[in-house]
Design a protein around this ligand. Structure first.
Ligand code: NAP
Length: 259
C-alpha cells in the first residue's frame, strides 16, 4: 500500500532503539526523511546509519534529551517544520506510590506529558497552515489498563491522553490528526531489561523469560517492534485523515473487552 508519504519530513523522538526506531524505519520505508533523537550519540548514529542503509532516504541524528528544552530545540533545528511528529520518551520508573517524591512526579509529568505537548505546540501551526499533519504519541497499554506499580506512568500518560483528546478534535478540520499508540509487551531493550530481573529470580534465561511473558498473551507471543512501526506509519499516512483522537491498543488482545 502506498501511504502517500513520499518526500514528507518527520521527527521521531527517542528513536535510537525499540519502538521509536521501528516507527522511524517504517516511515523511512514509506519515503519520509526522518530526524531521530536519543541521548546516546553513538547509538543514535548507529540507528541513523542502519535506517539510511535500509531505505536510502535522508536520516538525520539530532542527539539530545527530548525532555529538555535543549533536546527539543536540537530536534526542531534539524527539522523546523515536520509533516509528521512521533512523540516518545522513556517511561518513568515503577514503584510504591508512598515513595514517589514531588521531584519524581515532576520528572514523569515532564517526560510523558509536558515534553510531548511542547513538541506539539512547536509544530502544530505550520502543519495547520500546510493542511497536512500527523502526530502520533507513543503512550502505553497502561493508560487503558493501569498497572499499579506504574503509577507515575499511568498518571502522566493519562494527562497527555486527556489533553490531546480535546486538541485532536480542534485541529482535525485542517487535516492535522493526533492519535496515540498504546503498546502492550513488545520485544525491545526495555522489555528485556524487565525480563533480566525476573530471569535473575527464576533462574531462566532472558529469552526464556520473554517466551514465558509471550505465552501469557492471547497471541502466545510478545509483539515485534516492526509491527508497531507499521501501525505508526499507517496512522501517519495520507489515507488516515479520518482517524482522529484515537487510542490504538497494540497488545495482542491482552486487554480483555468486547469493545
Ligand atoms: P527502549 O527499547 O528502551 O528504547 C527507548 C529509546 O528511547 C532509546 O532509543 C532511548 O535512547 C530513547 N530515549 C529514552 N529516553 C529519552 C530521552 N529522555 N530523550 C531522548 N531519547 C530518549 O524502549 P521502548 O520499549 O521502545 O519503549 C518506548 C516507550 O514505550 C517508553 O515510554 C515505554 O515506557 C513505552 N512502552 C513500552 C512497552 C514495551 O513493551 N516495549 C510497553 C508499554 C509502554 P537513549 O537512552 O540513548 O536516550
Amino acid at each position: 500500500m502506498d501511504l502517500g508519504l513520499q518526500g514528507k519530513r518527520a521527527i521521531v523522538c527517542a528513536a535510537s532503539k525499540g519502538l521509536g526506531k521501528a516507527c522511524a524505519m517504517a516511515l523511512a520505508q514509506a519515503g519520509v526523511s526522518v530526524v531521530i533523537t536519543g541521548r546516546d550519540e553513538a547509538a543514535l548514529e548507529a540507528a541513523a546509519k542502519e535506517i539510511r542503509a535500509a531505505t536510502g532516504v535522508e536520516i538525520t541524528a539530532a542527539a539530545g534529551d527530548i525532555t529538555t528544552k535543549a533536546g527539543r530545540e536540537a530536534a526542531l533545528a534539524a527539522c523546523p517544520d515536520p509533516d509528521i511528529l512521533v512523540n516518545n520518551a522513556g517511561g518513568p520508573p515503577p514503584g510504591d506510590f508512598r515513595e514517589f517524591t514531588e521531584e519524581m512526579w515532576h520528572a514523569a509529568l515532564n517526560a510523558n506529558m509536558l515534553s510531548p505537548i511542547a513538541m506539539i505546540q512547536a509544530v502544530l501551526d505550520p502543519m495547520i497552515a500546510r493542511r497536512f499533519g500527523r502526530i502520533v504519541n507513543i503512550t502505553s497499554a497502561a493508560v487503558k489498563a493501569p498497572i499499579p506499580i506504574l503509577g507515575l506512568s499511568n498518571g502522566a500518560r493519562a494527562g497527555l491522553t486527556g489533553f490531546v483528546a480535546g486538541l485532536a478534535r480542534d485541529v482535525a478540520q485542517h487535516n492535522v490528526t493526533i492519535n496515540n499508540l498504546l503498546p502492550g509487551p513488545f520485544d525491545t531493550d526495555r522489555l528485556r531489561a524487565t525480563a533480566a530481573k525476573s530471569a535473575a529470580a527464576s533462574g531462566r534465561s532472558i529469552d526464556e523469560e520473554v517466551l514465558v511473558r509471550g505465552r501469557q498473551n492471547p497471541t502466545g507471543r510478545v509483539g515485534q517492534p516492526e509491527e508497531f512501526g507499521a501501525a505508526c506509519a499507517f496512522l501517519c499516512s495520507t489515507q488516515s485523515g479520518f482517524i482522529v483522537g484515537q487510542n490504538l491498543l497494540l497488545d495482542g488482545g491482552a486487554f480483555n473487552a468486547t469493545m
